[in-house]
Ligand binder design. Structure first.
Ligand code: SF4
Length: 406
C-alpha cells in the first residue's frame, strides 16, 4: 500500500493554498467524500452494491470547439453520436428509483453531472433532460463551453451549478487553444452568456441564483501552457460578470496517451508563473467571489499522483454516454465506469444497451468485478477519483482514521 498522504496537498510548500482557510467548506474539498463512507462500506464482493451518489451523463460525443487538451478527443473521433430524447428521458425517470428494491436505506442517485464527452448543449434534448431530472428531485451540475447557453437559460437556471470551461482570459488565447476562427467571436458570446445566466438566475430566484456561496456559475480554467499567465485576468473578468467562483486545475495527459503519445507536462517556469498568478487572483477572493483550485490530485509538477493500489471508484460513480456506431439502435447508450477513460471499451459495463433497467442488473455483477480486477492503476491517467480510492483504502479498508472515534 502506498504511504503517500490521502489528503489535499498544495503543489509545493511555497505554493498558495488551494483556497482561503475561511472557505475550506467548499465544493472542491475532497473531504466531502467522507460523508459517503457508510454507503461505500458496502462495496464488497458478493454484496449488493449501492447506487452511486452521482453519475455523469454525456448527452453528446460531439463538439463545436477543438480544445488542445480535450480528454474526450477519442470518443469524439471514434463515436461522435448523441443520446436520444427517449433515452435521456428514460434515464431521468430511472435515476431516483435506482436501488429501490435492494432494501438500501437511501436509494436513488442524488446528483448528476451533465458533461462531455463533447459539448452537452449541442444535443437539443439536453435542456428538457435537465428540467426532468430536477423535477424528479435529483440535483444537476453542467459543464459546458458556454457557446450555446443563451439557448437554454431557463433550464440551466434550475441547476445547482454551471461550470463554464473558458480556460482563457482573452479572445486570442481562447481561439488559439480551442481551434476557433476569430471571426466566430466566441469569447464575447461566452462572456455575454455567463453574465446573462448569472443575472437571470438571481432575478428569478432560481436554484442557480440562490445566495449559497457554492451554487451559481463558475468560470472553469484548465491550466495548459500558454494560458497560465492569464489566470488573474480571467479571475477579474469572472468576478465582474457575476460568476461565484473561478476554478482552476491543471490539464492532464489523456488515457490513450499515458503509455506513449502526447504527454502534457509543466516546466518549473510554468509552476512559478502559476503560483504568482494564483496569489494575485486570491486577492479578489471575498464574500461574493471565490478562488478555488484543485491541485491536490496532482504531484508538485502537476503530473500523475495516483497514490492508491486498486480502483474502487468504479463502484461509486458511472458515465452514461452515446452509442458506439452509426448502426447502433437509435435509443442505445453506453454505461462506462470512468470519466477519465471515456471510450475505453475495457471500462464499459454496458455497450449499446436500450433498456435503462439493465443498469441496475449489471451494477456490482460479475462483469463489474472483472473490470475492477483487470484495472492496472499504473496505466491510468491522472485519476479524478484519486481521493475516492484513497478514502476507500485508507478509511474503509485500513481504518487509518479510526473513524468511529469522533
Ligand atoms: S482513472 Fe483508473 S483508477 Fe481512476 S477511476 Fe478511472 S479506472 Fe479507476
Amino acid at each position: 500500500m502506498s504511504q503517500k498522504a490521502a489528503v489535499p496537498e498544495t503543489a509545493s510548500s511555497s505554493a498558495p493554498a488551494e483556497w482561503r482557510a475561511a472557505k475550506r467548506w467548499n465544493p472542491f474539498n475532497s473531504y466531502k467524500l467522507l460523508a459517503h463512507v457508510a454507503r461505500w462500506r458496502q462495496i464488497a464482493r458478493g454484496f449488493v452494491i449501492p447506487p452511486p451518489v452521482l453519475i455523469t451523463v454525456d448527452p453528446a460525443n460531439a463538439c463545436n470547439f477543438d480544445c488542445a487538451w480535450c480528454n474526450a478527443k477519442y470518443v469524439r473521433e471514434q463515436r461522435n453520436f448523441m443520446l436520444s430524447h427517449k433515452t435521456l428521458s428514460d434515464i431521468a425517470r430511472f435515476l431516483p428509483r435506482w436501488g429501490e428494491g435492494s432494501g438500501y436505506a437511501e436509494p436513488g442517485v442524488k446528483a448528476i453531472c451533465v458533461a462531455g464527452g463533447g459539448e452537452p448543449l449541442l444535443n437539443k434534448a439536453t435542456p428538457s433532460f435537465i428540467e426532468e431530472v430536477c423535477s424528479n428531485g435529483v440535483e444537476v451540475g453542467v459543464v459546458t463551453n458556454g457557446s450555446l447557453m443563451h439557448e437554454c437559460v431557463e433550464a440551466l437556471s434550475r441547476c445547482t451549478w454551471v461550470g463554464v470551461s473558458v480556460d482563457a482570459g482573452s479572445a486570442g488565447t481562447l481561439n488559439k487553444q480551442k481551434g476557433l476562427d476569430p471571426s466566430r467571436q466566441e469569447f464575447g458570446r461566452i462572456v455575454d452568456n455567463i453574465a446573462r445566466l448569472a443575472d437571470y438566475a438571481k432575478s428569478h430566484s432560481a436554484q442557480l441564483g440562490k445566495p449559497h456561496p457554492s451554487y451559481g456559475v463558475s468560470y472553469k480554467y484548465l491550466l495548459y501552457k500558454e494560458n497560465i499567465g492569464e489566470v488573474y485576468q480571467a479571475a477579474k473578468l469572472a468576478k465582474e460578470i457575476g460568476c461565484k467562483s473561478i476554478h482552476y486545475r491543471p490539464a492532464g495527459t489523456t488515457w490513450n496517451n499515458v503509455t506513449g503519445g502526447e504527454q502534457i507536462t509543466f516546466s518549473d517556469g510554468d509552476i512559478a508563473l502559476f503560483n504568482e498568478q494564483i496569489a494575485l487572483a486570491q486577492e479578489l477572493d471575498d464574500e461574493t467571489f471565490s478562488v478555488f483550485g484543485v491541485t491536490h490530485k496532482f504531484d508538485s509538477q502537476f503530473g500523475i499522483f495516483n497514490a492508491f493500489e486498486r480502483c474502487h471508484a468504479i463502484f461509486m460513480t458511472a458515465v452514461v454516454s452515446p452509442p458506439l456506431t452509426r448502426e447502433s439502435p437509435k435509443d442505445a447508450f453506453v454505461l462506462g465506469l470512468c470519466c477519465d477513460r471515456r471510450g475505453d471499451a475495457a471500462l464499459e459495463l454496458l455497450q449499446d444497451c436500450t433498456d435503462v433497467e439493465q443498469i441496475e442488473k449489471a451494477w456490482g455483477g460479475e462483469r463489474h468485478w472483472a473490470v475492477h480486477d483487470a484495472i492496472q492503476v499504473r496505466r491510468c491517467p491522472r485519476c479524478t477519483y484519486q481521493p475516492h480510492n484513497q478514502i476507500y483504502e485508507q478509511v474503509i479498508l485500513n481504518d487509518s482514521m479510526t473513524y468511529k472515534f469522533i
